[in-house]
Design a protein around this ligand. Structure first.
Ligand SMILES: [Zn+2]
Length: 453
């Protein structure tokens, strides 16, 4: 029988050491988008895991390497822990109150790029592992780690890695890379994620820019071509015009809507933090808002580039224009199908000159709400947080959960140390140290819970 007092005490006793180790991990600037210190960070993790008796190694991919580790436990049950060691670029640097790769502790928080997303989650799991190894000399269940280095750039090589290593990665359940408490401090179970199809659209109408006075009435303008093409993707009614785009959309079930109804209304937060006047489609809040946020697919222009944007004026006709566009997809839409629909739609509209570059993506994925592992993770939160996790049936964001769900056949559940003020991807990313402790304690319950299932 696990003595939870002893486990929780061990987590507390080693907290300083855990945070110091987390600091060392965060000091490595493993920015996947820039390719800095990736190998160094992977090697540090391998050493950290080997020091805990894990068999651990670096596995090469065509991109940044993956760290794999495993250690057996008292029970044959196996949990696969998915995490990532890459972080987002730290820019803009001048908005950080302390340097992003010099971890700093202030007011019960720790600040550094990656301290929440996702290195703090790795360390939180190690803290739970350390407590079992110290108190019981063994793990309650077998643990496998998959720690990738490309999550922040779309997990480009992860699905192939998973499909090539299904035997190695065999497990009973998967604990996802993140978890969080919501604005009310209630822990959240994110039971699914939307998919994503990210593309760059580009147009080139001439070999170089020209004088708008000489050519404005006779040359194609790349910026106009791109704008007209973009304009054809979505109407002012917010409906996406790709043929067949909505065919696979599964509307939320009664149970999904019940779960959404129980979630806090994000309207106040949006008004306060973004200064928006209102929502699209005249939505005011409540269930309509929550449903729209996660069960409706999107087409978002993420960035636009063309012509001259510097100071003053420049009378130029741009030869090139490009836009980054993401489509967030809901079950059962498929990114590969959206790509085909997009090409067909542009061609039909006369935009054969608009090129599409696939920049990554993956299908949506959901864990069965009745899955016993998911329910165990939800229920075991109560002992730590005083309340079970509240279930979000699916989140608006995306991740490679589909490959764990469908290629490995694992239920995927979330638990972790995030919170709404974590500023992941932004300056002053941070964790609250109390959340770290609670996350480690909850992780310990999850490991034991799986062993006993
Ligand atoms: Zn991230």
């Amino acid at each position: 029988m696990t003595s939870w007092n002893a486990i929780d005490e061990a987590i507390g006793r080693h907290l300083e050491g855990s945070l110091e180790e987390l600091g060392r991990l965060c000091a490595v600037p493993s920015v996947s988008a820039q390719g800095t210190a990736m190998r160094e960070c992977a090697e540090l993790l391998v050493n950290m895991l080997q020091a805990r008796g894990f068999e651990s190694r670096i596995i090469a991919t065509d991109g940044h390497p993956i760290v794999y580790a495993e250690r057996s436990g008292r029970s044959d049950r196996t949990v696969l822990l998915y995490n990532h060691y890459d972080v987002q670029p730290a820019e803009p640097l001048d908005l950080w109150e302390s340097p992003p790769f010099e971890p700093s502790r202030r007011d019960g928080q720790m600040f550094a790029r990656g301290v929440s997303d996702d290195k703090g989650h790795i360390e939180c799991r190690l803290a739970a592992i350390d407590s079992f190894l110290e108190v019981e000399g063994e793990l309650p269940c077998a643990i496998k780690f998959v720690i990738e280095g490309e999550e922040e750039i779309g997990s480009v090589h992860l699905p192939d890695f998973i499909r090539d290593h299904t035997d190695l990665l065999a497990a009973d359940a998967c604990l996802w890379e993140f978890g969080a408490v919501n604005v009310e401090g209630v822990p959240v179970q994110y039971a699914g994620m939307r998919g994503i199809c990210y593309v760059e659209l580009s147009v080139e109408t001439a070999s170089r820019d020209s004088h708008s006075g000489e050519t404005g009435s006779i040359f194609q303008n790349a910026a106009w071509r791109l704008i007209w093409a973009l304009r054809s993707l979505k109407g002012t009614d917010e409906l996406i015009r790709l043929p067949g785009f909505y065919d696979r959309v599964i509307p939320p079930s009664e149970r999904d809507l019940e779960l959404l109804s129980a979630l806090p209304d994000p309207a106040d937060y949006h008004h306060e933090h973004y200064g928006i006047e209102g929502y699209l489609k005249g939505i005011e809040g409540g269930l309509d808002l929550r449903r729209e946020m996660v069960f409706v697919p999107t087409c978002t222009i993420c960035g636009l580039t063309a012509g001259y944007q510097g100071e003053g004026s420049k009378t130029v006709l741009p030869a090139r224009a490009s836009a980054k566009v993401d489509f967030r997809l809901v079950p059962d839409q498929r990114p590969d199908e959206v790509l085909v629909q997009l090409r067909a739609h542009l061609d039909q509209g006369g935009f054969t000159d608009v090129e599409i570059e696939w920049m990554g993506g993956g299908p949506p994925g959901r864990t069965d709400l009745d899955d016993p592992f998911l329910q165990m993770v939800v229920a075991s939160a109560e002992e730590i947080y005083g309340t079970p996790q509240i279930i979000e049936p699916i989140t608006g964001g995306s991740g490679p959960n589909h490959t764990f769900l469908h290629d490995l056949g694992l239920p995927v559940a979330t638990a972790g140390i995030g919170y709404p003020g974590a500023k992941a991807h932004a300056p002053n990313e941070n964790i609250v140290i109390d959340h770290f402790v609670k996350g480690a304690q909850h992780t310990a319950r999850i490991l034991t819970g799986l062993a006993e299932m």
